[in-house]
Design a protein around this ligand. Structure first.
Ligand code: NAD
Ligand code: DAU
Length: 354
């Protein structure tokens, strides 16, 4: 059986990708390499536990020797790199882990993959791909009338997180240009959907609304993000892996620009319908709090290259994707409650103390 190697496959997007991939006809087996930081959760992978096509390895991408051993053992035809420290607020609080995993880890992974790739026979080497999952945040912040980010927008990262992702993008690009490694890079917008840790906006708000806690909106709530349903992101990655041109970058976006306040109000309205409370609307829990330092004002993504070249477009509207997401969180409170214990609880206590 052929294999692909996925890093970060116990995180939010990685786990969704693993589950989605293994449902496809003729799917390769997956070697899932994840350090299981606070953001990694094997409970998200319960549906594929015991599936012989899913091989899990608790490994740090900074451990080059172990990555090499896995590559030599399973001989994957592609490596898909999701693993990262991914939370902007945490990067502002403590940037070192972001440099370690996102920069040093990506470089370590590239070194191991390059050595493996060089040892492949010619046709296998030509077909091999290294797909790097990046973010729209590397392009910085847009003004209200600016066109959305395109693949040729200049890099202007503003947080330690986006700076570390930008560094990893440049390293991936350099391994293509200097050594010929066949790479693909995707830049996606804000994902939402099942299995997202409730430190990111949408699951945080759902979880706190249900718990009767204040819904902390940073600043004036008018920062804009583009929202992409995670299932659409997974489909885009499959397309890019299958037919993307080596060395190219592809933007992935949902064509759903919303202010944070709009997002939170829409969530409150959905909960008012699906889980009404006796004491009035969930909107009454909205609380404006101190802004994130250096908070990027607007992200918007032009995903027309992906539509034009590979025929991908999102299947979900913001409304349909958000409904699925809210239903999932209402049905999966046990997953949420487990996450809410442990290290995550300390972060919330520190971040939202005031
Ligand atoms: P996440 O934080 O939910 O998951 C990250 C996963 O990587 C976790 O399972 C964690 O255990 C693992 N990991 C962290 N450090 C590791 C290391 N040193 N070695 C091995 N595994 C390690 O992140 P996510 O939201 O699923 O994001 C996945 C990727 O997509 C990231 O590269 C992120 O930058 C990118 N991205 C995310 C979004 C989004 O909205 N979530 C948007 C654009 C891009
Ligand atoms: O744009 C893609 C990026 O989206 C990814 O690269 C990151 O990995 C991912 O975390 C996400 O970054 P954001 O900073 O945009 O996501 P977050 O969910 O942290 O915040 C979304 C917006 O909501 C942002 O403008 C900050 C705001 N916010 C967030 C939290 C956690 C609040 O107003 N209150 C909050 O408590």
């Amino acid at each position: 059986m052929s294999h692909i190697l996925v890093t970060g496959g116990a995180g939010f997007i990685g786990a969704n990708f693993v589950l989605d991939w293994l449902c496809q006809d003729g799917a390769d087996a997956i070697v899932n390499v994840d350090k299981l930081t606070y953001a990694g959760n094997r409970k998200s992978l319960t549906a594929v536990e015991g599936d012989p096509r899913h091989i899990f390895s608790q490994t740090d991408i900074c451990d080059g020797a172990e990555i090499t051993r896995l590559l030599q053992s399973y001989r994957p035809r592609a490596v898909l790199h999701f693993a990262a420290e991914s939370h902007v607020d945490r990067s502002i609080d403590a940037p070192a882990d972001f440099v370690q995993t996102n920069v040093v880890g990506t470089h370590t992974l590239l070194e191991a993959v390059l050595a493996y790739w060089r040892g492949l026979d010619v046709p296998t080497r030509a077909a091999f791909r290294f797909l790097h999952v990046s973010t729209d945040e590397v392009f910085g912040s847009l003004g209200p009338a600016d066109p959305p980010f395109s693949e040729t927008s200049s890099y202007q990262p503003n947080s330690p997180y986006s700076a570390s992702k930008a560094a990893s993008d440049h390293m991936v690009r350099a391994y293509h240009h200097s050594y010929g490694l066949p790479v693909l890079t995707t830049h996606c917008s804000n994902n939402y959907g099942q299995f997202q840790l409730p430190e990111k906006l949408i699951p945080l708000m759902i979880t706190r609304a249900l718990a009767g806690k204040p819904l902390p909106v940073y600043g004036d709530g008018l920062n804009v993000r583009d929202w992409l349903y995670v299932g659409d992101h997974c489909a885009a990655i499959r397309e890019v892996l299958a037919r993307g041109r080596s060395g190219q970058t592809y933007n992935v976006g949902g064509w759903n620009e919303k202010t944070n306040l709009e997002v939170v109000q829409t969530l409150c309205d959905m909960l008012d319908t699906l889980k009404p409370k006796a004491s009035g609307s969930y909107r009454n829990q909205i609380a404006f709090v101190k802004d994130r330092p250096g908070h990027d004002r607007r992200y918007a993504v032009d995903a027309s290259k992906l539509a034009r070249e590979l025929g991908w477009k999102p299947a979900e509207t913001f409304d349909s994707g958000l409904h699925k997401t809210v239903h999932w969180y209402l049905r999966n409170q046990d997953w949420v409650q487990e996450v809410l214990s442990g290290e995550y609880r300390h972060w919330v206590a520190k971040q939202y103390a005031a």
